[in-house]
Design a binder for this molecule. Structure first.
Ligand SMILES: O=c1[nH]c(=O)c2[nH]c(=O)[nH]c2[nH]1
Length: 300
C-alpha cells in the first residue's frame, strides 16, 4: 500500500466551551462576596461518531457545558477554583456514559474590598487586586482525580543579591560578567497535589508565599539556581505538593551607557528589554514522584 493509500484515523480529541467567564456574588446581608473565574471545559470519550459520521448522539453540546458552569455556580456556589472544578469534572463524567474524561481549567481573578470611609456597612465595592492570575486544572477519568494548581503573571524583582559569571565564553559571547545585577522575572508556576481534598485556598496562599520568600531570600548566581530554590522550598514545606513546574522569563535589566553624557552609571539606571528574554524552566519533584505536569506551560 502506498503512503497516501493508508487511511486516516482519528487521534486524540476533546471539546467543550472555553473561557466561560462567571462572576458569582454571595450576599451575606450588606456584605457581599465575589468570585470571578474563567472556566474552560474539555471533554473526551466515545466521540468517533461525531467526527467520522456526523452523528451528534454522544455530544453534550459546548453550549450545555457553558450552562452547567453557570448553573453550578448558582446551585453549589464557588468555594474555591479547585472545589468548583472537581464538582464539574465529576458531573460530566458521571452523568454521560459517552464521556470518559473531563478536564476543567480555571483562571481566577482576585478582587478585594474597597473600604471607603463613607460606605458605612454596605460592603459591596471591590477593586481588582493582585497582578497574578490563580489557575487550577482538574482532570477526572472516572477513577483518578488530578488537581494541578498554579499562578501566572506574578512579577518579582531583586535589586541586588544577584550575580552572573563563570559561564561558557565562545566566539559569539558578548555578555559581560556581573557581580551585582537586577534579577527580575514573572513567575509562572503549576503544582500538582498528591491528594484530592484540602483547604485549597490555604494551600494556594501558602505556596505563593513560599515562592516569594524563596525568591527574596536566595542569593542568586543564576535564575536557574533561584528557580530550584523556589521549587524545592515548596516541595520541602508543603507536603501536599508532589511536583512543581516553574517557567521564569528573565526580565533583563541592562545598565544604560551614560558615558556619552559624561555621567557614571553606578548600577542606578537600567533599560528593561521586553524581548528577547531568557526563559528558564524546570520541574522540581518530590523524590520518587512521577512527573505529570506537561513541559510546555504556555496554554495550561
Ligand atoms: O540567570 C541567568 N541564566 C542564564 O542562563 C543566562 N543567560 C544569559 O544571557 N543571562 C542569564 N542569566
Amino acid at each position: 500500500m502506498s503512503e497516501s493509500a493508508r487511511p486516516a484515523v482519528l487521534g486524540q480529541n476533546q471539546y467543550g466551551k472555553a473561557e466561560t467567564r462567571v462572576v458569582r456574588i454571595t450576599r451575606d446581608g450588606a456584605v457581599h462576596h465575589l468570585k470571578d473565574l474563567s472556566v474552560s471545559v474539555a471533554l473526551s470519550g466515545r466521540m468517533e461518531e461525531v467526527h467520522l459520521r456526523g452523528s451528534n448522539t454522544h455530544v453534550l453540546t459546548t453550549d450545555t457545558t457553558k450552562n452547567t458552569v453557570f448553573a453550578f455556580a448558582k446551585q453549589h456556589g464557588i468555594a474555591s477554583a479547585e472545589e468548583f472544578g472537581i464538582l464539574l469534572a465529576r458531573h460530566f463524567v458521571s452523568s454521560q456514559s459517552a464521556i470518559s474524561t473531563a478536564r476543567i481549567r480555571i483562571e481566577e481573578y482576585a478582587w478585594e474590598r474597597v473600604d471607603a470611609p463613607g460606605c458605612g456597612t454596605a460592603r459591596h465595592s471591590f477593586v481588582r487586586s493582585g497582578q497574578e492570575t490563580r489557575t487550577a486544572q482538574i482532570t477526572f477519568d472516572g477513577e483518578r482525580l488530578e488537581i494541578v494548581a498554579g499562578l501566572k503573571g506574578l512579577v518579582v524583582l531583586n535589586s541586588t543579591g544577584s550575580e552572573f559569571h563563570g559561564y561558557i565564553k565562545d566566539r559569539y559571547t558578548t555578555l559581560k560578567e556581573t557581580t551585582d545585577r537586577v534579577l527580575a522575572t514573572e513567575v509562572n508556576a503549576r503544582w500538582r497535589y498528591g491528594r484530592t481534598d484540602a483547604d485549597w485556598d490555604a494551600c494556594y496562599r501558602g505556596t505563593r508565599e513560599l515562592l516569594l520568600h524563596a525568591f527574596a531570600e536566595t542569593y542568586s548566581y543564576s535564575l536557574q539556581q533561584t528557580l530550584y530554590a523556589m521549587g524545592s522550598r515548596v516541595i520541602g514545606q508543603r507536603p501536599e505538593v508532589e511536583e512543581i513546574r516553574l517557567s521564569l522569563p528573565n526580565k533583563h535589566h541592562f545598565l544604560v551607557d551614560l558615558a556619552p553624557f559624561g555621567l557614571k552609571n553606578d548600577n542606578e539606571v537600567y533599560y528593561v528589554a521586553d524581548r528577547p528574554y531568557g526563559l528558564i524552566e524546570a520541574t522540581v519533584l518530590r523524590e520518587g514522584a512521577e512527573p505529570g505536569i506537561p513541559v510546555d506551560l504556555t496554554n495550561l
